[in-house]
Write a protein that binds this ligand. Structure first.
Ligand SMILES: C[S@@+](CC[C@H](N)C(=O)[O-])C[C@H]1O[C@@H](n2cnc3c(N)ncnc32)[C@H](O)[C@@H]1O
Length: 262
C-alpha cells in the first residue's frame, strides 16, 4: 500500500494538521526518528502502534547509510502490506530526516508507494512567534548556523541549528544584522524563549533558530501608508495616499493569499 511521510508541525500536538492526524489514526504502524516526534505522535497513536528504528548519532556517512538501509528494510514490508507512516517535526521536505528514508526506499525498494503530508514548518511558524512579517515582494533565505557560524549575504535570513547563539550573534552583528531568536517555538516539550539577547540562550539547544535582517528590506506594502492617528478614511495626511489605494493588477499578480481583486 503506502508509506506516508507526515509532518507533525513544530511540536505542539494541536498544530498537527487534520490530514496528518487522520493518517496517523489509520496507519498500521507509525515510525518516528526521535523522542520529540514520538511524543507528538503518541497524542494520536497508541504506543503499541509505534515502530522502532535505530538512528546512530554520528556524522560517519558509511554508518548513516547502513542505518538508513536497515530502516528502509524494516519499513518497506510494512508499507507493502498495509499503511505505514514516518513522522518528522515540521515539514517532511524541509531539512528533514524523511528525505533520507525516501531516497533509500527509491533505491532499494522502488515498488513502495510514498506520499507526503505537509506540516507547519519552523520556516513559517517563526514569523508568527517572532512577530516578523514577510510581506509580499520581499525575499527570505533559509540557511544553517551551527557551532557559532554565521552565514551572511541575503538581507533577510532564517537560520536553523543555532547551537552557539552568542558566537553566531557576534558575527551577525559585525556584518550589520539585527537578530531575534526563537527556541522551542510552539513546542509542548521544554521552555519556549523569544529574545534578542543571545546570552539568554547560552545553554545549547538544537531547537533554536534566528531571524536576521539588515539594510533596506524592500518597498513598504501599500497598507503601510495607513496612519492609525489620522482621519478615519484611514490614510496618512502627510503626503501619503488620499483615497483608496488601488493599483490595477493582472489576475494572479497580487500575492495576497486567496484575495480576489475585481
Ligand atoms: C533539521 S531542521 C528540521 C526542520 C523541520 N523539518 C521543519 O520543517 O521545521 C531542525 C532545525 O529547525 C529549527 N526548528 C525546528 N523546529 C523548531 C521549533 N519548534 N522552534 C525553534 N526552532 C525549530 C531549529 O533551528 C532546528 O535546529
Amino acid at each position: 500500500m503506502t508509506l506516508y511521510g507526515v509532518g507533525l508541525g513544530p511540536g505542539d500536538a494541536d498544530l498537527v494538521t487534520v490530514r496528518g492526524r487522520e493518517v496517523l489514526e489509520r496507519a498500521d504502524v507509525v515510525y518516528s526518528p526521535g523522542r520529540l516526534s514520538r511524543s507528538v505522535a503518541t497524542e494520536y497513536v497508541p504506543e503499541s502502534r509505534v515502530g522502532d528504528l535505530d538512528f546512530p548519532m554520528t556524522r560517519d556517512e558509511d554508518e548513516l547509510r547502513r542505518a538508513w538501509k536497515d530502516a528502509a528494510s524494516e519499513v518497506a514490508p510494512r508499507a507493502r502490506e498495509g499503511t505505514a507512516a514516518f513522522v518528522t517535526l515540521g515539514d517532511p521536505n524541509v531539512y528533514s530526516t524523511f528525505g533520507h528514508l525516501r531516497r533509500t526506499l527509491s533505491t532499494f525498494h522502488p515498488d513502495v508507494a510514498v506520499e507526503l503530508v505537509p506540516g507547519v514548518s519552523a520556516v513559517t511558524a517563526f514569523t508568527t512567534a517572532l512577530g516578523v512579517e514577510v510581506s509580499a515582494g520581499s525575499s527570505l533565505a533559509l540557511r544553517e548556523a551551527p557551532r557559532g557560524t554565521a552565514p551572511t549575504g541575503p538581507d533577510r535570513m532564517v537560520l536553523f541549528k543555532v547551537t552557539d547563539a552568542p558566537a553566531t550573534h557576534e558575527r551577525l552583528v559585525d556584518a550589520g544584522y539585527d537578530v531575534v531568536y526563537g527556541r522551542r517555538l510552539y513546542m509542548d516539550q521544554g521552555e519556549t524563549v523569544v529574545t534578542d539577547d543571545p546570552d539568554d540562550l547560552a545553554e545549547r539547544d538544537y531547537y533554536t533558530l534566528a531571524y536576521a535582517e539588515r539594510g533596506d528590506t524592500g518597498e513598504p506594502p501599500a497598507t503601510a501608508a495607513f496612519d492609525a492617528t489620522g482621519p478615519h478614511d484611514g490614510v496618512s495626511t502627510d503626503g501619503g495616499l488620499t483615497g483608496p489605494a488601488r493599483t490595477e493588477l493582472a489576475e494572479g499578480e497580487a500575492c495576497g493569499d486567496e484575495v480576489s481583486h475585481r
